[in-house]
Write a protein that binds this ligand. Sequence first.
Ligand SMILES: N=C(N)NCCC[C@H](NC(=O)CCC(=O)O)C(=O)O
Length: 446
Amino acid sequence: MSMSAVEANFDGLVGPTHNYSGLSFGNVASAKNQATPSNPKQAALQGLAKMKALSDMGLVQGILAPQERPDIATLRRLGFNGSDQSVLAEAARQAPKVLAACCSASSMWTANAATVSPSADTMDGKVHFTPANLINKFHRSIEHEVTGRILTATFADDNYFVHHPALPSVEHFGDEGAANHTRFCHDYAQPGVEFFVFGRHAFDGRFPKPTTYPARHTFEACEAVTRLHQLDSDKVVIAQQNPEVIDQGVFHNDVIAVGNRNVLFCHEQAFLDQQAVYDELKLKLSGDMRIIEVPTKSVSIEDAVTSYLFNSQLVTMPDGKNVLILPEECRNNPRVWAYLEQLLSDKQGIDDIKVFDLKQSMANGGGPACLRLRVVLTQPELAAVNPSTLMSDAVYGRLCQWVEAHYRDRLVEADLADPSLLVESRTALDELSQILGLGSVYPFQQ
Ligand SMILES: N=C(N)NCCC[C@H](NC(=O)CCC(=O)O)C(=O)O
């Protein structure tokens, strides 16, 4: 049986409470931009413009809804009570940082929504999803339940899709999802090699770990997901990230490496035992595997972290050309830009680049690749996806209108306690769940 398959990108729509609260220790941009006023409207429109552009390039583009924020249900679990207004007011008075965490729009970075294994790789021939528990950061650890509901409403048909609950929410199984997962293949429809990257071992003290910043993702989480997704261990590579670069702000592997099909584009300091990682990938993929390694002398770790060169999307156009989708910060860094010009003229396997303005997301450490969850789908699987979640001219127009109608263009921390922001957000999300045909996925709708 021959079957064709495509890689779809499901981007997170930025929610109405997008703000800069400095919540992510180890993420340099998040710390640096704490207390800067944000522009949720611009953030959402920048994200939508990228989605529309990729859809116009002939790629399959999906949309994942944001979460309900402020998260009143979580604030109630933490002991705030009374009316929703008094929950907000008391949280703002007693614990403003907890309130900020319960207002983060961080679910926009859907590279952290889940790990996804295409049906060609799994024993039961279904697409498997495991939402990431994101246990290392409180504001992100409260995402996975609703993420699971949104994924289930998007990929609903259980003939094709399997949804697992998140791993146990303890640091031993810290799981950051697809930000630390890449799938290599020769053809999307054929079995591929799934590449999992972790920051530290939880149960084995023999291995190095970072000393300044946290390693969010564990080896044990990677192994658990490979079991849940029924992957063939001959087609799985699990590698440790270089702890020294985590300590320089590389909080996810997708800040230092990106891969697609048979191409791996990464920095020379990305992995702990770099050559062994390459060897195992080459052995398990078999056939042509292309590794484009960027040396420190061309691009330092600091330049990689500030420009987000590796947080690019590496996409294959319908004509087979490989294109890097980059944030504007790459063009603003002369060393990174010179490297990119060289890369294109060397013809090493990347044929073109496209640059996007994603400043609102970038200021919280989220580049083009953070904003998308990749889902490889066969034609029948694609036909089974909730059609309202797929980008089109009509959906784009409708969503831009929706953002214009409901979003503010300025938000500072003090605004998070504003009871009208809660009303605005719920009104917007209620309408959005209808536009995207999701049913009742939010706590306020239950
Ligand atoms: N690399 C990938 N795939 N994702 C980027 C996630 C950025 C996110 N930032 C934040 O959550 C900052 C929120 C704040 O500080 O307000 C994080 O650190 O988890």
